[in-house]
Design a protein around this ligand. Structure first.
Ligand code: ZN
Length: 121
C-alpha cells in the first residue's frame, strides 16, 4: 500500500485517495485552430508509460483536494506531490514532464504561447 503525502493534510494511507489519471493536459479552447486529428489526439489519446509518470490524485476520504504526483509506475516510488497549477520541481518530475509526448502537441503549444503572453501583461 502506498503512503501518500497529501499537500494539505500530510501522510495518509492510499485507501483515502483516488487516482484521476494523467496530469498536465492542456484543454484547447473552441476558437483554437486544431485539425480533426489534433482534436482527436487531445480527446482520445492517453499516456501510460512504464516508469516516471505525473498523475492527478484526489484525497477523496480527506480534504477532497486534487493534487499532482510524480510516481514510478514500476516501483511505485513517489518522488514528489505538488498542488494543481504548479509544475514539478524534482529532477524526476521535470524529466517526466519534459518527456511526455503531449508537450509537442498543438494544443500544448497553443497553451504555452497563451501563458507566455499572459506573463508579459
Ligand atoms: Zn488532504
Amino acid at each position: 500500500m502506498l503512503n501518500i503525502k497529501c499537500p494539505y493534510c500530510g501522510f495518509r494511507d492510499e485507501i483515502e485517495f483516488s487516482c484521476g489519471g494523467e496530469a498536465h493536459i492542456s484543454r484547447p479552447e473552441l476558437n483554437d485552430k486544431l485539425s480533426d486529428k489534433e482534436w482527436s489526439e487531445y480527446l482520445y489519446s492517453s499516456y501510460n508509460p512504464k516508469g516516471l509518470f505525473i498523475e492527478r490524485w484526489v484525497h477523496s476520504a480527506g480534504c477532497r483536494q486534487w493534487f499532482n504526483m510524480v510516481r514510478n509506475t514500476v516501483t511505485n516510488e513517489i518522488y514528489e506531490v505538488y498542488k494543481i497549477g504548479s509544475l514539478p520541481k524534482t529532477k524526476e518530475g521535470l524529466l517526466a514532464f519534459k518527456n511526455n509526448w503531449r508537450r509537442k502537441t498543438k494544443s500544448e503549444l497553443i497553451d504555452l504561447k497563451k501563458k507566455k503572453n499572459n506573463a508579459r501583461k
